[in-house]
Design a protein around this ligand. Structure first.
Ligand SMILES: Cc1cc2nc3c(=O)[nH]c(=O)nc-3n(C[C@H](O)[C@H](O)[C@H](O)COP(=O)(O)OP(=O)(O)OC[C@H]3O[C@@H](n4cnc5c(N)ncnc54)[C@H](O)[C@@H]3O)c2cc1C
Ligand code: SF4
Length: 563
């Protein structure tokens, strides 16, 4: 296998897949290095068409698996049908200085096989947040810089959504949205009538509701509403690297995909003043191999990207690649998903279906502190909302024939409604990750120490969410309203971000407005590590857009001879 390429991409998940697509389409020979095994679209989805009774444990986890994987087991998607796409706790240890649930998918496609496909654009309320509210540093870009790239990735990935015309959540290039069900519509109308600045919209999601020629060309077909997406979709109905960007990149003839390849570090050449390649450990042979390239995209997912840069030390960069200001690994942030609310609705009992909506129902965009500061906490939260018709359980006193009959003839119960908070967290220097000085993994890479926690702002936000949603639920006539604090550790939102943040100033940030390391311009970081702040939106669409934009810039710079 050749060792020199035009570009190297580290990681084959959502952002790495996009880097591979964009760079190969521009004619660059591109090596994608992936630490996990290969997962070929369609071929390597072993559970995709299994019926519930074909699973040994009917889809549930055994006690043994739960005990062996306390961290992964906290993720709702870690079930018998998708176990094989998750990192198991014992295989890849890390050190929790404070409790942190690090959920990972180490395989070709990364977490793109597992994600819930929720995709919303950021607005200037988000990009202007740090400078307006005085935290982190100013983003070096605004919505207008990213808008064309959002369109670019939306058209290719296929995003279902409505054009809702909201300031806080810009519309995109959408396929038709999945409709809300009757009770979700009822809540939407309540908000419209009684809370005029609050909205419920159909959740925007990366599903092909109406495939376009570009999707058929990828070999993907219309989503069939199976809602078994975490198994890998036999129709390519949702966007994953495996179904979309990686096969597209392979068709150019410019892609080399190398699974079983742990990137240990990036090699910096002091004479040339740039990175020249990467050191890789082959996980099967344990052999170290060096690959060279003119540009390097680091897309190993936020924390692993930090880890690789911290581990890339040299005479010029003793604290890690690009880390002149000592901020690498700091200002880690995430999303605050620690509150939910549930209730019942006694109306619409003549409707009996909830419609199997792969987009998951409705989405309430952020409404707090948008136009002015109105609470005692900074920023705000978005929320998911959905309604489904419950089914009755057999009566507790049922036995024998009676019990069997009741099981076989479940009667519809009341509508159940629920919402979960998706709060912005404030990046802080005290939320950081670092390398352990002694302990290493099987490939000689130092273990990561994670030091990340919620703060008072998160608690106040949670309280406000409960108060506001209780009022909104009551206004909709929902009953039996219950607020819940879900005792979850940071990390379980699976939206970890930061550590290699973008900014104007090399003294206070690591990356410039094109996602290049200020101090090593041929290294690009375009996954969650680059995020200066977190906003409330699900982040992956923004990583995709930033990646496509950075790849385009890289090509322009290569043509000018600047890299
Ligand atoms: C259950 C679940 C639900 C989610 N729902 C949503 C959602 O609805 N919307 C949303 O926006 N996001 C969602 N996410 C998060 C989303 O999956 C991530 O934001 C996204 O996958 C990040 O893309 P990435 O390219 O940075 O990382 P990944 O997709 O994780 O890819 C990183 C890749 O890098 C590889 N890698 C790591 N270290 C190395 C190394 N040293 N050498 C070589 N390769 C390496 C990994 O094996 C992996 O394949 C969800 C995640 C999960 C698990
Ligand atoms: S809901 Fe759509 S994307 Fe998900 S598995 Fe079914 S067909 Fe595939």
């Amino acid at each position: 296998m050749q060792n020199t390429f035009d570009a190297i991409v580290i990681g084959s998940g959502i952002s790495g897949g996009w880097a591979a697509k964009e760079l190969t389409e521009k004619g660059l020979t591109t090596l994608v290095l992936e630490r996990g095994r290969d997962v070929k679209h369609l071929v390597d989805y072993p559970t995709t068409s299994l019926m519930p009774y074909e699973f040994e444990h009917r889809g549930r986890l055994t006690q043994e698996i739960q005990e062996a994987n306390p961290i992964a087991s906290r993720c709702y998607a870690f079930r018998e049908d998708a176990l094989h796409f998750f990192v198991k706790d014992a295989e890849h240890p890390y050190i929790q200085e404070k409790p942190f649930d690090w959920i990972r998918g180490y395989q070709v496609g990364g977490k793109s096989l597992l994600w819930a496909r929720q995709t919303q654009r950021w607005s200037d309320f988000d990009f202007e947040g740090p400078v307006r509210d005085g935290f982190a540093v100013d983003w070096p870009i605004r919505y207008a810089d990213l808008a064309p790239w959002y369109s670019h990735v939306e058209r290719f990935a296929g995003i279902a959504g409505n054009r809702d015309g909201l300031d806080s959540l810009p519309d995109g290039d959408f396929l038709p949205a999945w409709p809300l069900n009757i009770v979700e519509d009822h809540f939407k109308n309540t908000l419209k009538q009684k809370f005029n600045t609050r909205h419920l919209i159909s959740a925007r999601a990366a599903h092909l509701s109406q495939p376009q020629p570009i999707h058929l060309e990828q070999g993907r077909a219309k989503c069939q509403n199976r809602v078994l997406c975490q198994r890998g979709c036999p129709f390519g109905g949702y966007f994953s690297s495996n179904a979309s960007t990686l096969p597209w990149a392979a068709k150019t003839g410019k892609l080399t995909l190398r699974p079983h390849s742990v990137v240990h570090s990036i090699i910096y050449d002091e004479k040339k003043g740039k990175a020249t390649g990467v050191r890789v450990i082959d996980t099967q042979t344990k052999q170290e191999i060096v690959y060279n390239a003119r540009i390097i995209f680091v897309n190993a997912a936020a924390l692993n990207t930090n880890l690789i840069l911290l581990n890339s030390t040299s005479g010029r960069f003793p604290q890690g690649l690009g880390n002149d200001n000592g901020l690498l690994g700091k200002y880690i942030a995430f999303h605050n998903y620690s509150a939910t609310i549930s209730a019942e609705y006694e109306g619409y009992l003549n409707y009996t279906t909830d419609g199997r909506n792969p987009a998951g129902g409705g989405y309430v965009p952020r409404f707090r502190n948008l136009y002015k500061q109105e609470t005692d906490f900074l920023r705000g939260y978005a929320a998911g909302f959905n309604a489904h018709r419950s089914t009755s359980n057999p009566r507790p006193d049922a036995i024998g024939e009676d019990w069997k009959k009741q099981l076989l003839n479940p009667q519809p119960g009341l509508w159940r409604v629920g919402s979960h908070m998706m709060g912005e967290t404030i990046p802080k220097a005290t939320n950081f990750i670092a390398l352990d000085k002694e302990q290493k993994d099987d490939w000689g890479v130092p273990l990561l120490r994670v030091n990340v926690a919620y703060d008072e702002n998160d608690e106040k936000m949670r309280r406000d969410y409960h108060e506001q949603f209780t009022a909104m639920f009551a206004a909709a006539g929902f009953t039996n309203i219950k607020t819940h604090i879900t005792p979850r550790n940071p990390g379980l939102d699976i939206h970890e971000m930061g550590g290699v943040r973008m900014g104007h100033d090399p003294k206070t940030s690591l990356l410039n407005k094109w996602n290049q390391l200020h101090a090593c311009s041929n290294v690009f970081v375009t996954d969650g590590a680059c995020m200066t702040s977190t906003a409330t939106q699900n982040p992956s669409l923004t990583y995709m857009a930033l990646t496509a934009r950075a790849a385009n810039h890289a090509m322009e710079e290569l043509k000018k001879g600047n890299l």
